[in-house]
Design a protein around this ligand. Structure first.
Ligand SMILES: [Mg+2]
Length: 286
């Protein structure tokens, strides 16, 4: 993480701009920095300018299938140099949350290899026998076409047994109900929250991804900054809500999936709104 001094004259914002006083910037990824694998024009330059101006930057995503290492490659393709330490995916954040609650806990998981990897890296013990589990952690068991992954076919029943017979704690990586795929929508992690909650008549003990503040808190810990010193930049209501819960400055960008009208109709008013992240840096101060 960049802890160096800013270069002389490298201030990222125009004089008098209210965002100039903020020390950390936490960015959502899809709809903010990129659309799929395509960078949104100006976003690599915006990140570069912030860093050169001495600002701390982190990136958060509700992605529940990739490990942090796997996600680095996506950023390199976008032209934004990062290390795994700059990222906070819901896989990593979930592993951190569980290991903080109970270091070395026995976990029965539903989800992709990327989630498995992060749980292991956090020192948690993955179990295949549901009756040994202290925690059930669920991400999405579906592949990119909406089929249940081969290694997950028995795991819905397994998770049910861990929750039902062992009263395991119930943690979900993110609340996204559905996920847009090329052929049409596919079920998201929310499908597992729905089916397990309904079967055991109990909600998850924690859902880590946005709009919950858990994932943002973990990013703030990484930056070693307080929420009031930081900005959250996002394209969805969920980003703005997560920032609001923590008292962060909220920047909405119109480059993603949600219109500003839709955001307002939900009763959410961000502190600032721009067409794209680069416009945040070229805006005039007072
Ligand atoms: Mg987004």
């Amino acid at each position: 993480m960049g802890k160096g001094f800013p270069e002389v004259g490298a201030e990222a914002f125009a004089a008098g701009h209210p965002l100039r006083r903020c020390r950390g910037f936490i960015f959502d990824v899809d709809g903010v920095l990129c659309r799929g694998d395509e960078a949104i024009p100006g976003s690599p330059e915006a990140i570069d300018r912030l860093r050169r101006g001495g600002k701390k930057v982190a990136f958060i995503s509700n992605n529940s299938t990739k490990s942090q290492e796997e996600y680095v490659a996506k950023f390199i393709k976008l032209g934004i140099p990062v290390t795994a330490d700059d990222l906070v995916l819901s896989t990593y954040a979930t592993a951190r949350h569980v290991s903080k609650e109970k270091p070395g806990a026995r976990v029965y998981m539903i989800g992709a290899p990327g989630l498995r990897k992060e749980l292991q890296l956090a020192g948690l013990q993955l179990v295949d026998d549901p009756l040994e589990a202290e925690y059930v952690v669920t991400g999405s068991p579906f592949d990119g076409t909406g089929r249940i992954r081969e290694d997950n076919v028995e795991r819905i029943t397994g998770a049910l047994r861990a929750l039902y017979h062992r009263n395991a704690r119930f943690i979900a990586t993110n609340p996204d109900r559905v996920f847009p795929a090329e052929e049409g929508v596919i079920p998201g992690t929310g499908a597992m929250i729905g089916c397990l909650s309904y079967m055991i008549d109990r909600s998850p003990d924690a859902v880590i991804g946005k709009p919950s503040e858990h994932i943002v808190r973990i990013a703030l810990d990484r930056l070693e900054l307080q929420p009031e010193d930081c900005v959250i930049v996002g394209d969805m209501d969920t980003d703005m809500l997560a920032g609001e819960k923590l008292g962060m400055t909220r920047v909405f960008v119109r480059s993603g999936a949600m219109t500003e009208e839709k955001l307002q109709s939900l009763g959410i008013t961000p502190d600032f709104a721009f067409d794209a992240v680069i416009d945040m840096l070229t805006a005039e101060g007072d």
